[in-house]
Design a protein around this ligand. Structure first.
Ligand SMILES: NC(=O)c1ccc[n+]([C@@H]2O[C@H](COP(=O)([O-])OP(=O)(O)OC[C@H]3O[C@@H](n4cnc5c(N)ncnc54)[C@H](OP(=O)(O)O)[C@@H]3O)[C@@H](O)[C@H]2O)c1
Length: 277
């Protein structure tokens, strides 16, 4: 499968890069050099969250990067304890403040937290924020079809994107199909399986890497792109930051794609949408 464009269009008409830089656990001394390397490499989508406690550092680095704000694509997320209409609006204002910007390109509800049942009110706050120009696109993270359908039924607005755990060990075929049928873009978190277990040492991955002259990490990330998933790999290592962005000069064959599909265990490495509060 050839991929010609480095961006896709969300259903709200907004253009989003296929490959972004994930910043979970990127803070302190490592943050400056890692994020600067990512920007120099060409990453423009930066994924953060209230939870990661790096929005202030990120804001400082981005403001001093010399890159125009309009060139960047900034994502953040409202954390679970700030769900609810008023709390979400306050959390958004605080994220904007820390990031030193007056708008986000994408704002997500981090987890559905169905037990507390505030995600519809939270979603209404995102819809208002979008109308006010504080966020350009709105979406969800870790939502299941029933949660997204409820948002659409109760507010008339479907998320344009759902960011979920997705990698060859947990490749979510049902959710991906549902997304496709409902105009929701799939963005994979933990795209490298959080380097879980033996993923990057799996024979199908190392064999494909040898065949294409790439690293195993690049094979896994390319698999995502060819399955229509956006990716936000995290690395603090300069060589890996660069390699993770360099995914367009090779193409996995159908046989390689299917062999990688077969690694699916159906088991999450991270939390369940029903259990994270
Ligand atoms: N919405 C959510 O609930 C949620 C949850 C988790 C994560 N996220 C987002 O998704 C982003 C990515 O997920 P993640 O950080 O959990 O996992 P990941 O990107 O799958 O894996 C990161 C790990 O893999 C290593 N790594 C990176 N590139 C590599 C390569 N080419 N070869 C070998 N190892 C490599 C990194 O180490 P080095 O740094 O040493 O390279 C790090 O230990 C996060 O940063 C965050 O922005 C969202």
């Amino acid at each position: 499968m050839q991929i010609r464009e480095r961006t896709i269009l969300l259903t709200d008409g907004v253009e989003i890069p296929r490959v972004g830089y994930g910043t979970s656990k990127v803070k302190g001394d490592q943050a400056h050099s890692a994020i600067s390397t990512a920007l120099e490499t060409g990453y423009r989508l930066i994924d953060t969250a209230e939870l990661y406690q790096n929005e202030s550092e990120l804001g400082h680095i981005l403001t001093n990067s010399g890159i125009d704000r309009e060139e960047l694509f900034l994502t953040s997320k409202v954390w679970n304890n700030h769900q609810g209409y008023d709390q979400t609006r306050q959390a958004l204002d605080e994220s904007l403040n820390r990031l030193g910007t007056d708008y986000l390109d994408l704002y997500l509800i981090h987890w559905p937290c169905p037990d507390t049942d505030r995600y519809v009110d939270t979603w209404r706050a995102l819809i208002t924020a979008r109308a006010e120009g504080l966020v350009t696109s709105i979406g969800t993270s870790n939502f299941q079809p029933e949660h997204m359908q409820r948002l659409a039924d109760e507010t008339g607005v479907m998320p344009v994107l759902n960011q979920v755990e997705l990698h060859p060990y947990f490749n979510q075929p049902f959710l991906r199909t549902w997304h496709l049928e409902n105009g929701v873009a799939t963005q994979s978190w933990g795209p490298l399986g959080q380097r879980a277990g033996t993923l990057l040492n799996e024979e199908v991955i190392t064999t494909a890497a040898k065949a294409h002259g790439t690293t195993p990490g690049q094979v896994v990330l390319r698999w995502h792109l060819q399955r229509d998933c956006l990716v936000i790999p995290k690395s603090v290592n300069a060589d890996r930051i660069k390699a993770n962005f360099d995914l367009y000069d090779f193409e996995l064959s159908e046989a390689e794609m299917h062999a990688i599909d077969k690694l699916d265990t159906g088991e999450r490495q991270g939390g369940s949408p029903y259990e994270v509060h």
